[in-house]
Write a protein that binds this ligand. Sequence first.
Ligand code: XIL
Length: 375
Amino acid sequence: MSHRALRGRSPASAGAVALVVLCGAVALVVTAALVLAVPGQEHTEGDLPELASARGVDLGVAVAVAPLREDAAYREVVTGNYTSVSAENTMKWDSVQPRRGAFDWGGPDTVVDFAESNGLRMRGHTLLWHNQQPQWLSEGAYGADELREIVRSHTDALVGRYEGRIGAWDVINEPMADEGGAIRDNLWYRVLGENYIAEALWMAHEADPRARLYVNEFGIEGGGTKADAFYTLIADLMERGVPLHGIGFQSHFIVGQVPEDLAENMRRYTDLGLEVAVTELDVRIPEPVTDARLQEQARDYRRVVEACLEVEGCQGVTVWGVDDGHSWIPDWFPGYTAATPFDADYDAKPARAAMVEALARRARQGGAIRGAAAV
Ligand code: XIL
């Protein structure tokens, strides 16, 4: 209501309008105070999913089955802040097919049903990896034909079960050696040769022709020998017409070490006609955790979301773990902790506000709505 609108009105109605304006102003101040009173959270709970959707990207999170079943507060962090989920462990071989031919769908069904009933998209994680293999597989001494059959029946069962319900699959996980430029010497490579990557992608494509198929890797977020060798591998797959649609940048970072050239490295792949996604973002902090480090972590989260928004063809950012109490970091990187945007009490950390900021700033500056998210 402008002052101009008040001119010419009777004193009584002008008074009524003034009262309404005053009430509105008071309500605004009260709301602002309430919102600002929540630490690390200058915006309301609903903002992240809405902002992400408005920008045409997914903001995802990796979930674990037990807290998803047992802990309402855990579920609320997911539904209140994210638009997609990945299964942290329950779709890996040792969970899905613990004995040959015996599938356990309990965990995967829990995750997919949860995602569907809450309107969240699903990323499937993962088909061929060197870790979390059941003993019957890793110690089975299979020949090429038999292993190929094992991969096919696993893929048919898992990808086929959720056909049309899981939008994107990490078909190949971590195909490069930890460091350097070599292909990882894993079970699949040893028995099937380098072509295992193309073979697995074709099998996944047959199991769900609509799914977006990814190769997911770490240590490719900045430049270097590994990143370049991985690029060569991917360019070759594209040249051969293999059904590959996306590259997952895992993005397990140490605070303060997000590569400057993250967006540039993503663009190498979008230039090949691929989509990209940040698939496993976390930013670990060396003990002790200080306010300064939490602020630095927030800047890192903001920069990663900004990098994705900068790159046409980046489908979104998935955070690896709902909260610091359910994060793999302390177990796997002793001395490091607090890697997610929520603390172990599910309170938002500065990193959450930083993601809101990245998405909101882009909204104000860019204006244009990006294409709909693909997963
Ligand atoms: C991790 C899980 O978070 C842990 O709970 C599990 O013990 C080991 O695996 N790269 C990946 C993920 O692709 O599957 C890994 O997840 C983290 C590294």
